[in-house]
Ligand binder design. Sequence first.
Ligand code: URA
Length: 215
Amino acid sequence: MKQDPRFPNLFILNHPLIQHKLSHMRDKRTSTRTFRDLLREITLLMGYEITRDLPLTTESIETPLVTYDAPVIAGKKLAVVPVLRAGIGMSDGLLELIPSARVGHIGVYRNDQHQPVEYLVRLPDLQDRTMILCDPMVATGNSAVYAVDVLKKRGVTAENIIFVALVAAPEGVQVFHDAHPDVKLYVASLDSHLDSHAYIVPGLGDAGDRIFGTK
Ligand code: URA
């Protein structure tokens, strides 16, 4: 895991397997099916890292040899919240790791000024729940900031929010950091910059289109 001195709340998961798979995703020749599979695989690897601090408790079990106080995850309530629509490509992998997690949805699209416009918010009971927001791309950062605002406005505290993305642009991370310095942002790569159409460079194109095979 790498950090960038400019953004103390940013964590870059630069594991070789994640980087290798991400390079295949960036390649424009990669098919929709492979792109989706790779995103799921990377999300599993990222999920392993972001759940590292989940509290453990013990449960008494009988092994074939002895009675043993075995470590198990304490009953922490979790929810996975994809930012629609591309976030769906990451929530599947996260739910494989945490099958009992609740699922929320935040639907936002970018208007012509690249500002987020909300069209759907459906969330589970938020009381004492850790919310894992996911969206593959943090480009301008506006949708990511908006999604965190949605949770904070409903009373979720910063320490109970984690944002997971695949690729981020420094411009977007700056916007996110300015708005929510108290929320951890995990990414697989901090790319170079945004182009004039707010696409991440080198990036991987439109994540939603590549996940769903749309244009
Ligand atoms: N959203 C994407 O899917 N790709 C980008 O490069 C920027 C925003």
